[in-house]
Design a protein around this ligand. Structure first.
Ligand code: GAF
Length: 359
């Protein structure tokens, strides 16, 4: 039996703020991951530690309830809680968390933590629960135990992604397609810029966007904005802009997926940039660091660039010619220095494997 479970962070190629509108997303898993060493205990106590943080959380699983555990350990405890709420026979565990997903950078370190926990606990408890169900449960842990009203993209990316592939996910049906995503053979790279911009107002703003979308769907008489094909007329301007982002973003995801399937990788660049502009102007979830990075990358010859994740800080991705990656990095460094922003960090993203046990 394995005793280490690994779950990756993600970047989203395209399909932002579509997952809570029953729409489409296209993430890849990162090589950066959370690793959990786990063992069952027979006293019904959940004991959680991390190599990256001080302190120990110890709580009887029978006492778990929203609010009982706070901070990073809530993502772990929430998964144990949600499995028990769903009726699974889950007892105590010793869990030691380790990992290298940058924290607070919008690369889904929290979903990685949830998914590594979910796999470890499910396997050690002998539960018969597939990865789609685990993704839903991990999302519910974050929604109902942690209190963050996220969609299902990050948990799905962590649990379902495959090495060398992007994951096209229909968040309504959880239908998936694994689309080959090999930039190297095309002389390309996916450059990630961690802007290190502090997250501002994240939770409240995210919830506000989600609420606006639900209100718009109600006004338009559809179950979700996924069901809107054309940008409607007659909505108040603020709602109209949110709807326009979601409708056009869903289209862009499907176009990017088609181009990838056709091997036309360079051609996805303008769609990535269009996504950023829509997130900046219509969805209003960018901050100056994200916009400055995108502009510098495009000026330096990137084929396309956009913020990735929820926004309000975090990372930008850029599709670049491999031999222009260094030039793009320098351009962002210069632009950040000119604007007195914190120095950014860079890495190249490769489509990596989803969550797994290590034997
Ligand atoms: C965050 C959320 F967790 C995801 O569910 C998704 O909505 C994303 O923001 C925006 O696309 O990562």
């Amino acid at each position: 039996m394995a005793d280490v479970w690994v779950a990756p962070g993600r970047i989203n190629l395209i399909g932002e703020h579509t997952d809570y509108n029953d729409g489409f997303v296209l993430p890849i898993a990162l090589p950066h991951a959370v690793r959990i060493t786990a063992a069952r205990r027979d006293d019904g106590v959940l004991r959680v530690r991390s190599r990256q943080a001080l302190g120990v959380t110890e709580v009887p699983v029978a006492d778990l309830a929203p609010g009982v555990v706070t901070g990073w350990a809530a993502y772990v405890a929430g998964v144990v809680w949600v499995l028990r709420e769903a009726g699974y026979d889950v007892g105590g565990f010793d869990l030691l968390v380790d990992g290298n997903v940058p924290l607070g950078a919008g690369l889904s370190s929290s979903a990685a933590l949830e998914c590594a926990t979910a796999l470890a606990v499910a396997e050690l408890s002998g539960l018969d629960v597939d990865r789609f169900a685990l993704a839903r449960l991990a999302q519910r842990a974050e929604n109902d135990f942690v209190g963050m009203p996220c969609g299902i993209m990050d948990q799905s990316a962590s649990l379902l992604a495959r090495e060398g592939h992007a994951l096209l996910l229909d968040t309504r049906t959880l239908d998936t397609a694994h689309i080959p995503f090999d930039l190297t053979s095309h002389g390309l790279r996916l450059l990630v810029v961690d802007t290190r911009a502090p997250h501002r107002l994240v939770d409240g703003e995210y919830a506000a966007r989600r609420a606006a979308c639900h209100k718009a769907a109600e006004v338009l008489g559809v179950p979700a904005l996924r069901d809107v094909d054309e940008v409607p007329e007659g909505l108040p301007e603020d709602l109209l802009r949110r709807v326009r982002h979601v409708v056009t973003e869903n289209r862009r995801v499907l176009e990017v997926a088609e181009l990838l399937r056709a091997g036309q990788l360079r051609a996805i660049g303008p769609l990535l940039t269009a996504s950023h502009l829509s997130l900046r102007d219509d969805y209003e979830v960018t901050v100056p660091e994200l916009d400055v990075a995108v502009e510098a990358l495009l000026d330096a010859g990137a084929l396309g660039a956009r913020m990735t994740g929820g926004g309000f800080g975090g990372c930008v991705i850029a599709l670049v010619d491999a031999d222009n990656a260094a030039g793009c990095e320098e351009a962002v460094q210069r632009a950040f220095a000119d604007n007195d922003f914190t120095a950014p960090e860079f890495f190249t993203a490769t489509a990596s494997a989803g969550a797994r046990a290590e034997r």
